[in-house]
Design a protein around this ligand. Sequence first.
Ligand code: TXA
Ligand code: MG
Length: 344
Amino acid sequence: MDTKIITELTKENLQLVAHALRSGEVVAIPTETVYGLGANGLDEEAMDKIYAAKGRPSDNPLILHVSNAESIKPLVKEIPETANKLIHAFWPGPLTITLPKSDLVPNRATGGLNRVALRCPDHAICREILALAGVPIAAPSANISGRPSPTTAQAVYDDMNGRIPYIVDAGICTIGVESTVVEVRDDGITILRPGGITKEMLERVVEAVSYDPFLSSQNEAPKAPGMKYKHYAPDAPMRAFIGLPKAVAQAFTDVIDKQTTKRGAFLVSQETYDLLKNNVHGEFHVYGHCGDAVTLAHDFYKTLHYFNECGVDYILAEGVENSGLGVAIMNRMEKACGGNIIHL
Ligand code: TXA
Ligand code: MG
């Protein structure tokens, strides 16, 4: 199968894509978080194609994407008051809400669970495609399972060339890490996956916000099945350090000194770069000033893809504090490193 990247976002082309989705094809679509691998969320065979293209385990459910809040009504048993508050505050946006599913939602979308994950993306082109398709669109991140998520059409192409007919190219995703997944309970909400909407933001709207215990103790089973899988791994082994720039630069230097014949790649803040630049050779990506979680989120997957292209032997990254958007970033970074994170 030839994979076509659609760069001209004309009404005709978006109609073509919506038609392909409605007739059971898989199409990569942009969102504000990462690119998604979309298919008709009411069509089991279409969703089977997503699992095949990604090589995704079949117990890992999909998020159904809608163009507006109204569209979720037929997909759920009821919409509790807390869910309405979240929808009002954060949709369109990077928040996915799981609610008891209606009979209309096939088991293929939920991996057999009785809840369905729903999200209305804050991306004009994406929502236009969703509206034209007229059906909820199931869309996991558009990477092969286990690899870094794509934030550009080129990154999607690198994984999906030959596997899907179309990629809609709307440039780089603004947020760069996936949506926050929450489960709405009677007495509050549980964050199953940290993401673009932070715990602090949720607490401004809902009183009781907790994290799934799995996120701090790997002994628990995660409520979002996808959280248990190995994820976001770049080609080269990666290690991360968190601390003040001086300590991070020293830790990098200690590692680099032992790797004399190997080519390194370094994801660092401006401050750490300034300390290293005169003594270290390798691929650098500077994400902004120390602690700039917004820019690090935006650049993170893009940089892992870039380091893959460079074919480096190892990667060192500077992390950020585990608060605000930093929670989502460090969740991804920890997995990309296989847990190899050192607090200095
Ligand atoms: O930002 C995003 O959410 C992106 C874009 C494309 O919208 N999508 C995305 O999908 O990240 P995916 O499939 O890569 O991750 C979805 C996560 C997985 O961890 C999955 O297990 C969880 O959401 N999930 C989906 N449905 C669920 C459900 N019914 N109950 C609990 N967790 C669910
Ligand atoms: Mg994913």
